[in-house]
Ligand binder design. Sequence first.
Ligand code: PMV
Length: 334
Amino acid sequence: MNTKDPFLMGYSATAVAHPNIAFIKYWGNRDESLNLPSNGSISMNLGDLRAQTKVTFSSELSEDVLSINHIIAGHNAHQRMSAILDNIRQKAKISLYARVESILNFPTGTGIASSAAGFAALAKAAVHAAGLDFNEIEISRLARLGSGSACRSVPGGFVEWQKGESDNTSYATSIFSAEHWDLYDVIIVLQKTPKKVGSKAGHILANTSPLQASRVQDSSRRLEICRKAIKERDFSSLANIIELDSNMMHAITMTSNPPLLYWEAGSLELMHAVPKWRTEGLHVAYTIDAGPNVHLICQPEDVNEIKKRATALVNPQEILLSTIGGPAYIVRTK
Ligand code: PMV
């Protein structure tokens, strides 16, 4: 890790990162402040969805300023951003505050991992703007401080987050490139309004569920099955393991104290229909994050039929479509 003089590098940089959809989900932390997870996780980046974030360190600022889609962000997002920026300031030996402007091309706060994309782009851009020569692992660790799953939006393609033992060893790396398997995510948006209880609060409640310990204990087995299914491009095996893992995460949320019920009627209708569609020959599987919206992971030849069937079944507010995507990248410096 080398530091360069930020004056020479320029104080501003813009990065793009994609959200990711977890196949094996992160739910619950061993350390809340560092987002050290209870279990490892695997995800796929969503290349057609983007957060573009510009970071400008400036002597004209008296505090950090964060805007998301041109609106000044609330205390929670601000605090998480500062955890990343403070770390960078300390390592780059600068004391300037930063203006952070993030623009997303998809809805925020609805279980479509907007925070993952936002914090991954922020970490990537801020490291560059501060003139730090960090590798992908170091940037992944930094992004994790904003939101855990953001560490998985730094590398590209299919990504695994090693739970690690400490801040140094908990980061994500690509296990297969985006070119390895052409998968799509058809996102059935049932609700665009932000969810009532965010994932941060959900992680804190995870250990109040009597089921969390066995879910965590079984996680290496699920990770192994998922890795193998991706490696062998075995859709049927992938479908079974991601649906199981999604159901297990929601079993935790539903049995936490207080319980969190993220599904809506439409989520459940799709959960009934999708395994049936598989028996009819479609390559499709459902997975649901901390919100009601349903991600339908599928192969390209089935995208149109899946959109048609889902529209007829649940009349969604919107359908977002994304193919698998690459790593976070710099689009502009200075
Ligand atoms: O990174 P967070 O705090 O937004 O938590 C993400 C939680 C899930 O999206 C539900 C699961 C995951 O692994 O992405």
